[in-house]
Every structure is written in structure tokens, then in C-alpha cells.
Ligand binder design. Structure first.
Ligand code: LLP
Length: 430
């Protein structure tokens, strides 16, 4: 479900025509819909309603302060992976006491920062890390809340670069080692408080089966850890996939629901599969959705600069590049591309939509049938709300795009476009 629709031939975000934003703020430009984020949060919250649960939004998907603030106001917690993300959460009005801190390589500074702000829990990924957190907590005279991430060795059947729950991945501790690690830590680390167990098998899962397999495999382990160490939560991680192929038909807001059967992973299907296994645990259940919350809540607007007809291909050269949205080239990510003004002619042409970066991998789409768009016209790259801006860079000394949050009729600049001086800030000639 999202709030991007054509109305009288023009693409809108909620009640705001996107062309007006592109003209006013320039491109490349990220635009987010607040109603979409709120809708996603509320639907997931309702689907997990039977459980004592906390949604810890994975900040890495989109860490703009306005988005964090939106989620904080809905009562959400946050899954963070750095002190920087915790800093953002706090600045956005989020509650550190609802933050879990994931990641395989936490530093002393980060552990101290998190302890000082009273985070809910560290999700530790190795015994060495647990022992280090114990040491840092001891130095500060504090007790550190910890959970251990189990690697359940389940194939998430997603892109190799976003699979995390197999033994060959660097994440978590092997299933067979978990109980011993808990026992050793409980006996030898007096500054740790064992609070939970966590897992996360991968991202952009479009089928419920791997989730179910992982939950069924890990639940008996959770029971054992609960009996021995009296934990209070089990986090099932994130990973709920989104539909990257959208309908933008005007008025048809229920399209996604109506077509749910062609999209195997709805939150209802997800909840129906996992909740019955989780409820009897009698624990607080955490989940860490990133993409589900914001992916379809954001678009990247870009202008067609030039057209080039080569012997092999036609290129639409646009002003957004792989530095603005890296997913197509890094993960073979498929993002729907559509004009902001629907052409009268519904002819499609096969093109590569490419950016200005000096790399052959700089494309937003390849061999894609899109409507006829001319130089100077605008395109929207859809489903760009997750891992879009947060993975953007200044490669080729390109300033980071601006970000806009739309709420009904209102569009707010929630991050200004970088200036060249912003990009060069902190650099000196020796
Ligand atoms: N929890 C943990 C421990 C994670 O590592 C992740 C994502 C999440 C939750 C959130 O997963 P989600 O619900 O968004 O699938 N940049 C890639 C995705 C990387 C995901 C990394 N971890 C992409 O653009 O597809």
C-alpha cells in the first residue's frame, strides 16, 4: 500500500503533484509519503496484535530525522547499527530505551555511548563481542543488557548480498554453539544482563517459508534459553519483502490488497505463519522491519538530460546516478520507472536509464520498456524509500540530493540538498 497515484495524468504523492516538487527543489530529489509509512506501521502493529510486541524499525533503511520522528510518534522502537544511528534516533525524539543495537563490529566508543543513553539491548554477534561489552560496562560501573544473535543456517532465498542467516555469513553465532555461549557468559561476565535472543535471516524475503522455517527451528532454543537464563524477549529480525512492481492507477488505493495473492508476502500471511509459534513463548516479541516500513513510501525524482540512440541501445541519460541510488547496480535491484506526466501516447520504448557517473555500472534500469519521455521531462524511480538515500554517496563529487516529506497537502524539506561547500567541508590542502 502506498500513496503515489496518477491523477489527471500527473503523478502525486498523497495530495502533492510531484512535478511541482521537482521544479521547485530540483532533481535528483527523494520524496517520501508520511501516510504510507504510518499505514505500514499500523498494519504490521495490528497483525502482531496478539503478541506482546515492539516494532524496532531498522534505521539503516532510511535514517532521515523526520522519518524517525514519524515512527517514534507511532510508538515504534529502533534497531540501530552504530552510535550515529542512535544519535539520530535521540535527535528525532525517539526513545533509547526502545533501541536494540545490532552489528558485528561495535567499538568501545559506541558501546559506551549506547550504555550512557540506556539502550534496551545490545544484540551481540560473537562471544568476543559479549566479553568486550562486559569489560566496557564494568569500566563504566554499569550493567549491559545483551541478547545473542543466532545464525539459524536457513536459506532466505533472496539475493546473495542480502542473505544473512547461513553459516557462511558473518552474522550471528552458530545455532549449535548458542547454549554454551549463554552459559559461559552468564558464569563469567558479571556486567552483562541476559535479556533475549535475536535472529535475522535476510532482507527482501518475498515468501513466508524461510521465516517460518527459521522460527520453527529457533523457538525450541528460545525456550531453553528462557528456562536457563530467564530472558524477556525474542527478536525475529526484519526482512519482510516489498512489491517493487506497483500499480499507480488513479483512485485504486486498494490495488495491493486486491492483488495480495500474487504477492506472497503480506503482513497478514507473515503474521499468520509466525504468530502461532511465538505466542506460546510468553515473551516480548521484537521485529525489525526496515524496507517494509519505508521502501514503497519513497520515490527518487530525476530529469531526463539527454537521449542517445546508439547502434545497440537507446540511452536516457538522467541526472540521478548510482551515487544517489545504488540498488540497481549493487543488487540487480529492479525499480519501476514512470514519467511524472503521463504521455498522451501509450507507446513504450526499450531503453537503458543511465546516470551521469563515469562507470558502466551507473544505471537505474536496463533494457526497460518505458513510455516515451523527452529531454527535460521528469521520471520517478519508485520504491526508493529504503536503502536509497542512506546508501547514497558523494562519488564524482556530487552533492547528496534533497529529501521531502509529504503529509497530505503539505511538503516539507526534511533534508536540504548539499552544496558543494558541504561536500568539501573538512578538507584541507596540506
Ligand atoms: N535487522 C537486522 C539485524 C538487519 O541486518 C537488517 C537489514 C534489518 C533488520 C532490516 O531488514 P529489512 O526489513 O529492511 O529487510 N541494502 C540492502 C538491504 C540490506 C539489509 C541489511 N540488514 C538493499 O538495498 O536491498
Amino acid at each position: 500500500m502506498h500513496s503515489f497515484r496518477y491523477h489527471q495524468g500527473e503523478l502525486f504523492a498523497e495530495n502533492v503533484p510531484l512535478q511541482s516538487l521537482a521544479e521547485k527543489h530540483g532533481t535528483p530529489l527523494y520524496v517520501y509519503s508520511k501516510a504510507t509509512i504510518t499505514g505500514h506501521f499500523t498494519r504490521l502493529d495490528a497483525a502482531l496484535g496478539k503478541l506482546n510486541h515492539l516494532i524496532c524499525y531498522a534505521v539503516k533503511a532510511n535514517s532521515n530525522l523526520a522519518i524517525l520522528n514519524t515512527i517514534a510518534k507511532l510508538g515504534g522502537g529502533f534497531d540501530i547499527v552504530s552510535a550515529g544511528e542512535l544519535y539520530r534516533v535521540i535527535k528525532a525524539g525517539g526513545d533509547a530505551g526502545k533501541c536494540t543495537f545490532a552489528g558485528v563490529g561495535k567499538t568501545r566508543d559506541e558501546i559506551e555511548f549506547a550504555l550512557q543513553h540506556g539502550i534496551y539491548c545490545f544484540n551481540a554477534e560473537s562471544e568476543a563481542e559479549l566479553r568486550y561489552i562486559n569489560q566496557v560496562a564494568g569500566d563504566l560501573g554499569k550493567k549491559a543488557p545483551v541478547a545473542v544473535r543466532v545464525n539459524p543456517n536457513v536459506d532466505a532465498k533472496t539475493h546473495a548480498k542480502i542473505t544473512t542467516g547461513k553459516s557462511e555469513n558473518k552474522f550471528g553465532i552458530d545455532f549449535d554453539q548458542i547454549l554454551d555461549v549463554y552459559s559461559r557468559v552468564a558464569a563469567e561476565c558479571p556486567n552483562l544482563v541476559i535479556k533475549g535472543l535475536q535472529m535475522h535471516i535476510g532482507s527482501q524475503l518475498t515468501n513466508v517459508d524461510p521465516f517460518l522455517e527459521a522460527v520453527q527451528k529457533v523457538v525450541p532454543l528460545v525456550k531453553q534459553v528462557k528456562e536457563r537464563h530467564g530472558i524477556e524477549f525474542f527478536s525475529i529480525g526484519g526482512g519482510i519483502g516489498i512489491n517493487y512492481r506497483q500499480s499507480l492507477d488513479s483512485g485504486d488505493h486498494a490495488w495491493w490488497e486486491k492483488n495480495a495473492e500474487t504477492h506472497p508476502l503480506t503482513v497478514q500471511a507473515y503474521a499468520e505463519a509466525v504468530v502461532p509459534h511465538l505466542e506460546p513463548l510468553g515473551l516480548r516479541i521484537l521485529c525489525e522491519p526496515g524496507r517494509f516500513m519505508v521502501g514503497n513510501a519513497g520515490v527518487l525524482l530525476t530529469k531526463v538530460l539527454y537521449e542517445k540512440r546508439g547502434s545497440a541501445k537507446t540511452f536516457k541519460i538522467v541526472d540521478a546516478g548510482m551515487n544517489d541510488l545504488i540498488r540497481p547496480t549493487l543488487y540487480e535491484g529492479w525499480h519501476q520507472i514512470t514519467p511524472l506526466k503521463q504521455p498522451a501516447d501509450d507507446t513504450l520504448e526499450k531503453v537503458d536509464v543511465v546516470g551521469p557517473i563515469c562507470e558502466s555500472g551507473d544505471f537505474l534500469a536496463q533494457n526497460r520498456d518505458i513510455p516515451l519521455v523527452k529531454e527535460g521531462e521528469y521520471l520517478a524511480v519508485l520504491s526508493a524509500g529504503a536503502y536509497g538515500f542512506t546508501m547514497a554517496s558523494n562519488y564524482n563529487t556530487r552533492p547528496m540530493p534533497a529529501e521531502i516529506l509529504v503529509d497530505g497537502d503539505k511538503a516539507t524539506v526534511v533534508r536540504e540538498r548539499q552544496t558543494l561547500d558541504d561536500v568539501l567541508k573538512g578538507e584541507h590542502i596540506a
